[in-house]
Ligand binder design. Structure first.
Ligand code: GLN
Length: 498
């Protein structure tokens, strides 16, 4: 699986979630486009840094080579140097796989996309002529007022693609309405596409229904035949029954997502998918209450939370990670409320840190306890930047990024949920619970239920005698799948239903 993003960034790590949605993190610590998350969820393959090709990465490499005199004085150009770089990267990945799926982001005439289109054109010409196929995704225009369907945009984009030397084998038509046979005939005739290769991608009730809708149109068989593979039927029975649970849930619950980007939900893509997976696993619809954490300050946080509880909008709370020092004391108040009111809670990354600060202040009586991310001169840096713990390399800056193991305490909630002692989760953060405070926290009955294998970094904390109070330093949302719901999210839903 390869995602090509023609933008100039080296990776998505520096992009604002407002502009580009969530930054997805892979096992090897690549910060990528959120599409990579969808690919992992649908293929259940763990992707890597190399699976995401951006213009920034290509040029970085080419310019480094040029400075090293690798091109021996040649003029360095888009064709062949950039296109060769793209082809080499594709080849490196494809040679390790049975089938390689490549998506080029953007649209046909994007200036930045040109070298990518040229590279995949050449791939068919000079590498895999017999078993390369092009699938073109294009929108069908539906005019609501007159109820008319227009095929022109699709015809034009098929033609545009042909003008850069790529003849689409299959066209996937994104559509709001059911496509008639006449419309399909027209696209087939005018676009020069085989009739059964005009595939409808109608708005689905759930994204997870899409493979089922494609299967009804034999897309799987068409693809296998065109790629000269042995035709095998897709095994979609379990998948279909989970989709059924997504579409027709038996119950509803509401979880409060206390996040900073509440009005821009793409920033929480994996989180929302993980909640949906856990809901489907328990046949419930999980409604998301997006009241922004800052809004609590307006009417007073306690009053607002009491009201939310009364209205049934606070069955549980998930608080996603974040950066920066905004609203620190508000965070502490929220955690205290959750802790004292026995509200099921799953804290992620920054919220493990916040839970530790709250506990240190209110239970351990370390009044000014804080994270040095928020207060550099706190007398009790219970959360701190601990550079000697890391392999700080130029590539990854100072962040702990990617998959790290954690060892879980046998008797803990974490262990009960994961059903394992050694687990691995993906990280994306700089700060850690300060090892100097582990003992004090423990003495006051905070359960540190997971640690790094060397015992120095806190990975999980939880509270006994609480309905469900668990926080993780990692980002569990990156590893949940519809057919493998993540235990921490599943546990939260189950605790609410209890
Ligand atoms: N800001 C915190 C840190 O860097 C948490 C980051 C996060 O939640 N991903 O450690």
């Amino acid at each position: 699986m390869i995602k090509m993003d023609p933008y100039l960034q080296v990776d998505a790590g520096t992009m604002s979630p407002y502009e580009h949605g969530e930054v997805f993190v892979t096992d090897d610590g690549a910060e990528t486009d959120l599409d990579m998350g969808h690919y992992e969820r649908f293929t259940d393959e763990s992707l890597h840094w190399d699976n995401n090709i951006t213009t920034g990465k290509l040029y970085w490499n080419i310019i480094t080579k040029e400075r090293r005199w690798d091109f021996l004085g040649q003029t360095v150009q888009v064709i062949p140097h950039v296109t060769n770089e793209i082809k080499n990267r594709i080849r490196n990945i494809a040679e390790k796989a049975d089938i390689c799926i490549i998506e080029i982001g953007g649209t046909v005439w994007d200036i930045e996309a040109a070298p990518f289109l040229e590279a995949i054109r050449q791939i068919k010409e000079d590498i895999w002529r017999e078993n390369t196929l092009y699938m073109h995704v294009a929108p069908l225009l539906y005019l609501k007022v007159s109820g008319e369907v227009k095929t022109k945009p699709i015809q034009h984009s098929i033609r545009d693609l042909r003008s850069v030397g790529i003849h689409a084998d299959i066209v996937i038509c994104r559509t709001e309405v059911e496509m008639s046979d006449d419309i399909k005939d027209k696209i087939s005739r005018l676009g020069g596409i085989e009739r059964n290769c005009v595939i409808q991608a109608i708005d689905a009730r759930s994204i997870y229904e899409v493979p089922l809708l494609f299967e009804e149109q034999n897309l799987n068989e068409i693809l296998q035949k065109k790629l000269h593979l042995k035709v095998r039927k897709a095994k979609l029975k379990d998948w279909a029954s989970r989709v059924e649970k997504v579409i027709n849930p038996k119950k509803e619950i509401t979880i409060w997502i206390a996040g900073k980007y509440a009005e821009f939900q793409d920033a929480y893509m994996s989180l929302m998918e993980s909640i949906l997976h856990a809901g489907a696993n328990n046949s419930v619809k999980v409604n998301l209450n997006w009241i922004q954490s800052d809004d609590l300050e307006k009417e007073g946080f306690e009053k607002t939370l009491d009201k939310m509880k009364k209205e049934g909008k606070l069955d549980g709370v998930i608080i996603p990670g974040g950066f920066g020092s905004r609203w620190v004391n508000g965070k502490i108040n929220v955690i205290q409320y959750i802790r004292e009111n026995n509200i099921p809670f799953l804290g992620i990354c920054l919220w493990l840190q916040s839970a530790v600060i709250e506990f240190a202040r209110n239970v351990c009586n370390l009044e000014k306890a804080d994270s040095t991310e928020f207060n550099k001169v706190t007398p009790h840096p219970v959360v701190d930047f601990i550079p000697d713990q890391r392999d700080v390399t130029e590539k990854w800056g100072t962040m702990r990024l990617g998959a790290y193991d954690a060892i879980l305490e046998k008797w803990s909630l974490a262990h009960k949920l994961y059903k394992n002692t050694t687990i691995s989760e993906r990280h994306r953060h700089r700060y850690e619970v300060n090892p100097k405070y582990h003992d004090i926290l423990r003495e006051n009955w905070l359960t540190i239920s997971g640690l790094s294998p060397d015992g120095r970094l806190v990975e999980f904390v939880e509270l006994k005698d609480h309905k469900y109070f668990i926080a993780t330093q990692a980002h569990p949302e990156f590893k949940s799948r519809l057919d493998k719901p993540h235990p921490l999210f599943d546990g939260l839903v189950k605790a609410i239903l209890k």
